[in-house]
Design a protein around this ligand. Structure first.
Ligand SMILES: Nc1nc2c(ncn2[C@@H]2O[C@H](COP(=O)(O)OP(=O)(O)O)[C@@H](O)[C@H]2O)c(=O)[nH]1
Ligand SMILES: [Mg+2]
Length: 324
């Protein structure tokens, strides 16, 4: 159960079938091993002590920057469809013979619709972390991510060894966005990736829920703060376009007067503030790539990968040299 043995069980060719088999067997073995679990987690924690790597920081062991694979970090509000979107990306890469590697960083997810090559749940059992450290669910998820991050240099080395055979590494993050975007471990993971491979962040937006101008603005402010914090190219994926088309959002982003017209009937303070914010965000919108996708039907996924490729190029030309 320690991270070393966890990494050894990674499979290299994800398929949906193997995903289900793996998950089913994990579930049944989890039941059987229920009694042993507590012992194992204690052992695991003992082994997860932070060792100082030769170069000091986790992830900084990499000397050579590689042009491939492109790392895609998928973030977004809980329920925006990150995991379903990941599943769609996995299906797309498999059907086009694009070489993808899949990573799950959500320790609390019950079942995954895709097979993950690297799964935080193989190493850390977050419910045991909650018990052991007397934490609530969010603290448990955060601590699990922290524990996993202490060995992230091994994850980077593993991907480096396979780099020649990979086009993309797809990374799913915990349901609650702030656990990844506002934690030290989230920052360490992001920096470890970006200092070794071209790295692109995808912010998944729940399009039907963003039809309200205030919700839209609140979502865009969050997206902007992620760009500000990660300093990485950002692609907005307006998800669930099978339920609501995203053209209204593109229009609001291209022309703030259209957005202001949408809130003109509201004379509250929030509306005035939203008006001003739409002007402030104009610069953010100008440099942003936005695509409409449906994780359910697969619409827009080609356009999404095109946006990722352009962003990876942009990373190499601009962002790489701005890294701390
Ligand atoms: N109609 C529709 N539903 C979606 C789409 N993507 C995700 N969902 C649904 O949205 C809910 C949350 O999805 P999930 O992937 O678990 O979100 P996460 O918390 O961001 O990982 C689930 O009920 C999904 O079936 C989509 O493109 N279209
Ligand atoms: Mg999820």
């Amino acid at each position: 159960m320690d991270i070393d043995s966890g990494l050894k069980i990674l499979n290299s060719k994800p398929t949906e079938e193997s995903g289900h088999t793996q998950m089913e067997s994990e579930e049944s073995s989890a039941l059987k091993a229920n009694d042993k679990e507590k012992e194992e987690i204690t052992e695991s924690m003992d082994k997860l002590h932070i060792e100082e790597s030769s170069s000091g920081l986790a992830g900084s062991s990499s000397i050579n920057f590689k042009r491939k694979p492109v790392i895609i970090i998928v973030v977004g509000m809980a329920g925006s469809g990150k995991t379903t979107f990941m599943h769609r990306l996995v299906c797309h890469t498999q059907s086009r013979n694009i070489r993808g590697y899949v990573m799950n960083l959500d320790p609390a997810v019950m079942t995954l619709p895709f097979a993950a090559n690297i799964d935080i749940r193989d190493t850390i059992r977050y419910k045991e972390v909650m018990k052991q450290f007397n934490l609530g669910p969010n603290g448990g998820i955060l601590t699990s991510l922290n524990l996993f991050t202490t060995k992230f240099d091994e994850v980077i080395s593993l991907i480096e060894r396979r780099a020649d055979h990979l086009d993309y590494v797809l990374v799913d993050t915990p349901g609650q966005i702030e656990i990844f975007t506002w934690s030290a471990s989230g920052a360490i993971i992001t920096e470890a990736f970006a200092s070794t491979f071209p790295t692109v962040v995808t912010y998944v937006v729940d399009t039907p829920r963003s039809a309200n101008p205030m919700t839209f603005m609140s979502n865009m402010l969050y997206a902007c703060s992620i760009l500000y914090k990660t300093r990485l190219p950002l692609v907005l994926a307006f998800n669930k376009t099978d339920v609501a088309q995203h053209e209204f959002a593109l229009e609001w982003m291209q022309d703030f007067e259209v957005f202001q017209a949408a809130i003109s009937s509201d004379h509250s303070y929030t509306s005035t503030l939203t008006n001003s914010l739409s002007l402030a965000l104009d610069e953010f919108y100008k440099n942003l790539k936005s695509v409409g996708v449906s994780s359910v039907s697969g619409a827009g996924i080609e356009a999404y990968f095109k946006a990722v490729e352009e962003s990876a190029q942009e990373f190499m030309e601009t962002y790489k040299y701005c890294l701390p």
